[in-house]
Design a protein around this ligand. Structure first.
Ligand SMILES: NC(=O)c1ccc[n+]([C@@H]2O[C@H](COP(=O)([O-])OP(=O)(O)OC[C@H]3O[C@@H](n4cnc5c(N)ncnc54)[C@H](O)[C@@H]3O)[C@@H](O)[C@H]2O)c1
Ligand SMILES: CC(C)[C@H](C(=O)O)[C@@H](O)C(=O)O
Ligand SMILES: [Mg+2]
Length: 365
């Protein structure tokens, strides 16, 4: 029987709450299929820092390196709590970014998906999204401003200054574009290239490389869109997009905006892919404002499981069933707390009840 080793990094805030539900779903998939999942928990994030003084401990690195895939909950704390941790150990700089470089997960796939049955969750008018929303955002994840040279100091006149550089080389750009073109080939063969070449030299190089890569994909129609106007059209007419590709920072911001047009960040799972291994995490953070209340929406974490089954283990049917089960929970008239604004007659489920409903439906699909 096939066995997959999965590292479980539950994270901070709502992380452990939503991870518990994701594991319930994994256990059901295991019981219904011919695979075994061996789960290994590892400390990561602020909790790891407070436990052992390191937000990405060596032991966790070893567990990740030995895994077939990694399932990661969000990390981070509220602003005040974060100040208790030295800047370079804060879970974003000390854990997430090092994890991304450690694994070289350069391609971040963020599905922006709302089946038409659920379009009442979106704050957008029904006529704009009558057929639902179905976009794949492809975000470069190990380059750009996040990882460029950083300098902090004093000017000659004693003023504090900071310098952060947006760096890419052509190989980094090419590898993410190849991922995006290949996804476009499997979908509608239309790729929106999101850039800012009217100002940024990095976008000029990005677009030059894109023109070269595009020759290998003559069937894909490329549409160029400046990032600022893309933000507008994402609200006015999201269905004009199918696959969108962009550099790291643009992708961070537009993908959170995308969570907004779905109605909640809790509907945003993601996959972070390298050529060898992948890790899966919600696009959102640790939601300190709702942590510990059993009200977070675990859809993003369970959706990350579905993406792991598809991308890392080729378990396409099982993955589809998880998406279907989650949609069915909502279609049956249930909701999670943060989506409750959309219709008063919905029954609000706690985090754990949502997981239980998914499991119940999954067993009968
Ligand atoms: N990949 C990651 O681990 C990751 C991603 C983003 C932010 N963060 C970190 O998370 C911390 C909090 O950041 P923030 O508050 O700006 O953003 P956030 O994404 O944690 O929360 C933004 C809003 O969305 C809501 N929300 C998020 N996920 C939800 C869910 N599953 N169900 C219901 N509501 C949900 C929150 O309650 C909050 O109102 C920060 O430390 C940040 O750096 C981590
Ligand atoms: C927490 C932070 C480092 C991270 C990012 O900016 O990439 C998050 O916002 C995300 O979108 O995954
Ligand atoms: Mg983000």
């Amino acid at each position: 029987m096939k066995n997959y080793n999965i590292a479980i990094l539950s994270g901070d805030g709502i992380g452990p709450e939503i991870m518990k539900e994701a594991i319930k779903v994994l256990n059901v998939v295991e019981s219904l299929s011919k695979v075994r999942f061996t789960l290994t928990q590892a400390d990561f994030g602020a909790n790891a820092y407070f436990k052992c003084g390191d937000s990405f401990p060596q032991a966790t690195k070893r567990i990740c390196a030995a895994a077939d895939a990694i399932l990661k909950g969000p990390v981070g704390l509220g602003y005040e709590e974060t100040q208790k941790i030295p800047v370079d150990q804060q879970p974003e700089r000390g854990a997430i970014l090092p994890l991304r470089t450690f694994l070289n997960t350069y391609a971040n796939i963020r599905p922006v998906y709302l089946p038409k049955t659920l379009n009442n969750f979106s704050p957008l008018k029904a006529e704009i999204i009558k057929d639902g929303i179905d976009i794949v955002m492809v975000r470069e994840l190990v380059g750009g401003l996040y990882f460029g040279n950083k300098e902090v100091g004093l000017t000659k006149s004693g003023k504090r200054y900071v310098k952060e550089t947006l760096e890419y080389d052509e190989d980094q750009i090419k590898q993410i574009l190849l991922v995006a073109f290949n996804i476009a080939m499997k979908r509608k063969k239309v790729l929106h290239n999101i850039h800012k070449s009217n100002v940024l030299k990095s976008s000029v190089l990005w677009n030059e490389v894109l023109a070269e890569v595009a020759i290998e994909f003559p069937e894909v129609e490329v549409k160029h869109q400046l990032v600022d106007s893309a933000a507008t059209f994402l609200c006015l007419n999201p269905t004009m997009f199918d696959v969108m590709v962009m550099e790291n920072m643009f992708g961070d911001i537009l993908s959170d905006q995308a969570g907004g047009i779905l109605g909640s960040l809790g509907l945003m799972p993601s996959a972070c892919l390298s050529d060898d291994i992948a890790y899966y995490e919600p696009s959102h953070g640790s939601a300190p404002d709702i942590a510990g209340k059993n009200i977070a929406n675990p859809y993003s974490m369970i959706g990350s499981v579905a993406m792991m089954l598809e991308y890392s283990f080729g378990m396409i049917e099982e993955s589809k069933k998880i998406w279907q089960a989650m949609e069915n929970v909502f279609v049956q008239g249930y909701s999670t707390a943060e989506l409750s604004h959309s219709a008063d007659e919905l029954t609000i489920l706690t985090t754990s009840d949502f997981g239980d409903k998914v499991v119940e439906i999954l067993k009968n699909l």
